[in-house]
Design a protein around this ligand. Structure first.
Ligand SMILES: Cc1cc2nc3c(=O)[nH]c(=O)nc-3n(C[C@H](O)[C@H](O)[C@H](O)COP(=O)(O)O)c2cc1C
Length: 280
């Protein structure tokens, strides 16, 4: 997988677009996007399937429900997986790399894990029975203005804010926050994680620096995933892995992901170990 865009530009450009203009995404751009998706890989090895839905082919794409959250979108991309260890993280990783690529192309997207008619979209996208269908995203050019419901949603979930470093990043355990100075060359990849999207903007990623390696934890929100047959916040952990991985690769900082390097430190509250990044 070769990334040809500037990571920070794409991360800062991306935001959830919920109101789309009527301008179609050009066929050659859609071909480029599909080629980019075919080349996607993830560090966890699970296979992610992508499904496309375009207004041109399906008359009823506007009628498919997003509970009034998305307006004007003509194109959608969805993903399916077989539920397996690290599959949700792998999905989060690949889908977010795609979303950053679209941001780089000037095309808007919006992660949808909850507010879409899963059954209707599954039928339209010909999802196999038995596959998990956790997220879709519309894509297209943003309309000039946000719609009213969109503005209200952004306010409720404080979509323009992110948690400060001291609540997310730690050293040698969860008692001591990690400063940007102490993070050294890892400050940039960590900052890119901090700016990332997450379900309901809950930002569940917590990261501990120990002996030069980073250990990634999920601060799981009790009850949040009860309406799904999986923990949707694991997708957020995959998004963190994507922002981190693209950033270290761009800066030529060498290391690899490993899910069996749990340092066994004492965990507060609802914290769960997910994976580590081991520095070479
Ligand atoms: C896994 C995941 C699921 C999401 N599900 C929804 C959803 O169902 N509906 C919605 O309107 N936004 C959804 N979002 C978008 C988030 O609310 C949004 O990313 C967050 O509030 C930050 O805002 P921003 O994307 O504009 O930076 C989801 C985001 C993620 C990462």
């Amino acid at each position: 997988m070769n990334i040809s865009f500037n990571v920070e530009d794409a991360v800062r450009k991306r935001y959830s677009v919920r109101n789309y203009s009527h301008k179609d995404v050009e066929t050659e751009k859609r071909d480029k996007i599909e080629a980019f998706i075919r080349a996607l890989e993830n560090p966890f090895g699970n296979r992610i399937n992508f499904h496309y839905l375009d207004g041109s082919g399906i008359k009823d794409v506007e009628k498919l429900g997003t509970y009034g959250v998305i307006k004007g979108a003509k194109h959608y991309i969805g993903t399916t997986i077989k539920l397996a260890d690290m599959a949700l993280e792998a999905l989060g990783y690949e889908f977010e790399v795609m979303i950053l690529y679209l941001a780089h192309l000037g095309i808007g997207t919006c992660w949808l894990g909850g507010t879409f008619d899963r059954k209707g979209f599954a039928e339209a996208m010909k999802v196999d029975e038995g596959d998990l269908f956790p997220v879709i995203s519309p894509y297209g050019y943003a309309a000039d203005k946000k719609h009213i419901k969109e503005m209200a949603m952004r306010k409720v979930i404080k979509a323009d804010q992110r948690k400060p470093w001291k609540e997310l990043f730690f050293k040698d355990g969860f008692s001591t926050p990690l400063t940007e100075d102490e993070a050294g060359d890892l400050a940039f990849p960590l900052e890119m994680i901090r700016l990332g999207p997450s379900a309901s903007n809950k930002q569940p990623w917590r990261i501990v620096l120990m002996d030069g390696n980073l250990h990634f934890y999920e601060d799981r929100e009790p009850g949040y995933s009860d309406r799904f047959p999986y923990d949707i916040q694991r997708v957020d952990m995959g998004i963190a892995a994507a922002h981190f991985d693209l950033s270290v690769k761009e800066k030529e900082i060498k290391g690899y992901f490993d899910k069996d390097s749990n340092p066994g430190i004492t965990l507060p509250g609802n914290m769960e170990y997910v994976f580590s990044w081991i520095r070479d």
